[in-house]
Design a binder for this molecule. Structure first.
Ligand SMILES: *Cc1c(COP(=O)(O)O)cnc(C)c1O
Length: 428
């Protein structure tokens, strides 16, 4: 039988009040669900700040928040105020970061297929660093710099160290067989450096970049990647080395998170042991945002199939959390009205979309008295949930609320039916 939801899967400021309700940032989450409706993402600001500070401490040479994990104006400002720079990977992320007041010099622009228009926007804004991913991208930069007379950007080149991280295939990015970056073994990385150092180079090369994958745990993987790339880094002799992101977090009871500080220590120790002198920077996303939030849903239909299972349908699903459908990811659930309750009842928590695969939790443990209209919370949903959301079935994206010190504020409003119809031009 499953016990109460473990505290370590909840945001840093989570507490359980005398009436059993879960409070985050000093605010009753059951009240938040009533006030803002559901589904609702509730982020603990203090938790986000704590993780940003930990990242800055662990990587004094540059801690970039990977905005793709979770981005809105409030998040961009929070991360930047806590000393992080931001990593963006599209014109949209770039525009939102700039509109939030983050200086372009503190942005780093990624992507395996940045368009000419996106590169032009980045150059015009004065983005601090661009990570070059391909020879075609160098051609595009050539046209912008030499053809259109734009200033040369400072760039890193992304290399694939040829290491396979022990994680899901779709989130493993460091292997040679990848759409990302320049391979070491094939000689592509050397050729890219040569071109960037040659006469007529469209950019100023200042460093190397790698990103081995996501939901990776420190010990086994980052050290191996550093070893794999060390000789190349020494030969390239560049001032910066960005090791990417990817530090994993615990989603379910049997998993254990590693602190950001341990990741930093591990990477710095490897660099020292390998004799690397470049300034080390990193780009954490998940580890900053994932455990900072819970999603609140309302239970609608409960369907009991005798001898088979019970389905509990909530008012969201694969559009606000596509990870279970995409990667088979697992989560826990609990009732925020009874956050310290035992969870003996096994049910399948599903969404409201027209797909049998629209499953949030295959085998959730919940309290015995779970009933229709209950608020159900899924913790560790702050990264790659809202960010990967869609409008499938013409459903609006949920609202996002930040809580801190007994206050709550809406930072992203819920999408309305008008929003959902706004781009359709067939008027009558
Ligand atoms: C996704 C990504 C990150 C962040 O990964 P997390 O697993 O969220 O830490 C960092 N850098 C690059 C290049 C990425 O693609």
């Amino acid at each position: 039988m499953a016990g109460p939801i473990p505290q370590r899967l909840l945001p840093d400021t989570a507490t359980i009040a005398a009436d059993g309700h879960l409070h985050i940032g000093g605010v009753d989450t059951v009240e938040l669900a009533e006030l803002y409706g559901t589904p609702l993402f509730v982020y603990d600001e203090q938790h986000l700040r704590n993780r940003c500070r930990a990242a800055v401490d662990a990587f004094p040479g540059g801690a970039y928040y990977a905005t793709k994990a979770f981005l809105c104006g409030a998040m961009a400002r929070l991360a930047h105020r806590e000393g992080m720079r931001l990593d963006v990977a599209s014109g949209g992320e770039l525009a939102l970061a700039l509109r939030s007041g983050v200086p372009a010099a503190d942005l780093l622009f990624h992507g395996n297929n940045k368009s000419t228009a996106e590169l032009r926007e980045a150059l015009d804004a004065g983005v601090g660093r661009i990570v070059i991913d391909s020879f075609d991208e160098l051609d595009r930069l050539d046209r912008l710099v030499h053809g259109e007379g734009r200033p040369k950007p400072r760039v890193l080149i992304r290399v694939t160290p040829g290491v396979k991280a022990h994680t899901h295939e779709y989130v493993s990015t460091g292997q040679e067989d990848s759409k990302f970056g320049f391979g070491l073994r094939s000689g592509a990385a050397d050729a890219a450096i040569e071109r960037l150092r040659g006469t007529g180079s469209p950019a100023t090369l200042i460093g190397l970049h790698m990103h081995i994958g996501s939901q990776v745990f420190v010990a086994q993987n980052f050290a191996r990647a550093m070893e794999a790339i060390a000789e190349f880094v020494k030969r390239a002799d560049l001032p910066e080395m960005n090791i990417g992101g990817g530090l994993g977090v615990a989603y379910v009871e049997r998993e254990e998170s590693e602190p950001i500080s341990a990741w930093g220590e591990r990477v710095h120790a490897s660099c020292r042991a390998l004799g690397l002198s470049a300034t080390i920077s990193a780009e954490p996303g998940r580890v900053i945002a994932a455990q900072a939030a819970v999603t609140l849903y309302r239970a609608g239909t409960i369907k009991d199939i005798a001898g088979v299972r019970t389905y509990v349908a909530v008012d969201g699903g694969m559009i606000d959390n596509p990870r279970p459908a995409m990667y088979g990811s697992e989560y826990e659930a609990f009732l925020p009205r009874a956050a310290s309750a035992e969870r003996p009842r096994r049910v399948r928590v599903v969404g409201k979309h027209c797909e049998s695969g629209d499953i949030l939790l295959h085998d959730a443990a919940l309290p015995e008295d779970l009933c229709v209209d209950d608020i159900i919370a899924t913790p560790v949903t702050g990264a790659y949930g809202f960010a990967m959301g869609s409008n499938y079935n013409r459903l609006g994206r949920p609202a996002v609320v930040f809580v801190a010190d007994g206050h709550h504020r809406l930072v992203v409003r819920r999408e309305t039916i008008e929003d959902l119809l706004a781009t359709d031009l067939e008027l009558d």
